[in-house]
Write a protein that binds this ligand. Structure first.
Ligand code: PLP
Length: 350
């Protein structure tokens, strides 16, 4: 599909301008030479609007644009206590004059007398924070489910008092949020085109799947069959179920934007070899990736998302699955505040 025609579809939906787009794209010369490929980095960690932006800002431009359209005054969202998404949602709410309310699950229980990283920023930004501690008989998923129920009751109480609440799902993973990453893919395509390069493979970290769904939908829309997108998981997932979820989300985003193109589960490619032992649990390969990028290029990754994704990319370059001379894009999704989180999350990176 023609790129200018594609762009008209984005202009029709309400958007809250929050970040600085397009985010930079450039070649990492020193690491490219070391790895024998052309490595480009897409700096969504520079999305703005605070110093601690990341991939959620793209989604929030459309999500909170929708909240404004609906005349909402209060925004609810969810995540772990160190959620990047929750913190970015709070900054975006402040910018737009909306009241942020967070329901956060304590996967790594915070020390209330020594708040760190994103939870510290949530406090500083004055968000209303509800921490949901996992009960002994509960799984992480159960505690998450309970946080949604508690929030739903809270929303009902506020709505009864005359407030208008907007519910942003965990990670901003909704058709509206993913639509922003369809636009993000188009943005990358134009930047690479201007450099005379075509991507062979794009790597990014995937959690809730909203970013992945948008990127894969964007590729399909542009008919970019020769580009692989490898989505590196940051927690345990069932491969087939996750790809089915990704395709459904992508298709709802495409339909929301009034495109007739659709994706299928086969369009998605996961890496499930680099998340272990689990979400917010560090591993040596990610620590090595963080050190390598820091020491060759002066750039920072984080132990929860981008470090694991970068490790997944390095494995595939080193074992030849990504051939020498390939054009590779690493989509930097942010998350550096985790470098200042609890030691259990950081691991051994020095
Ligand atoms: C949320 C997040 C991701 C994953 O994005 P999803 O759209 O939730 O899959 C990747 N990297 C960072 C730093 C994040 O905060």
């Amino acid at each position: 599909m023609d790129i200018n025609e594609i762009k008209t579809h984005f202009r029709r939906i309400p958007k809250a301008p929050l970040g600085f787009f397009p985010t930079p794209l450039y070649r990492l010369d020193r690491l490219s030479a070391e790895l024998g490929i052309n490595l480009y980095i897409k700096r969504d960690d520079f999305s703005g609007m605070s110093l601690f932006g990341g991939n959620k800002i793209r989604k929030l431009e459309y999500l909170l644009g929708d909240a404004k359209r609906l005349n909402c005054d209060t925004v609810f969202t969810y995540g772990a206590t160190q959620s990047n998404h929750a913190m970015q949602t709070v900054t975006a709410c402040r910018r737009l004059g909306l009241t942020p309310i967070l329901y956060l699950v304590a996967i790594v229980p915070p020390d209330e007398n020594d708040l760190r990283a994103n939870l510290l920023l949530d406090k500083l930004l004055g968000a209303e924070i509800h921490i949901v501690y996992q009960k002994p008989d509960e799984t992480e998923a159960d505690a998450e489910e309970r946080s949604f129920l508690l929030a739903r009751e809270h929303m009902a109480r506020l709505n009864a008092q005359g407030h208008h609440c907007y519910d942003v799902p965990m990670g901003g993973a909704s058709p509206i949020g993913s639509a922003a990453f369809i636009e993000g893919y188009v943005e990358l395509y134009e930047q690479l085109h201007a450099l005379g390069a075509h991507p062979d493979v794009i790597f990014h970290a995937t959690g809730t799947g909203g970013t992945m769904a948008g990127l894969v939908a964007g590729r399909k829309l542009l008919g970019d069959k020769d580009t692989h997108i490898v989505s590196v998981n940051v927690s345990a997932k069932d491969d087939a179920a996750y790809r089915t979820m990704g395709a459904e989300l992508a298709n709802r985003a495409l339909s929301f934007l009034d495109f007739s193109v659709r994706t299928a589960p086969e369009d998605f490619q996961l890496d499930l070899d680099h998340y272990a032992p689990g979400y917010e649990q560090p591993n040596p390969a990610a620590a090595e990736a963080i050190r390598l990028l820091a020491r060759t290029e002066g750039l920072l990754l984080d132990p929860v998302y981008t470090g694991k994704a970068f490790a997944g990319m390095l494995t595939r370059i080193r074992d030849g699955r990504v051939p020498q001379g390939s054009n590779v894009v690493f989509w930097h999704t942010g998350g550096a505040t985790a470098l200042f989180a609890e030691k259990e999350i950081l691991g051994e990176i020095e």
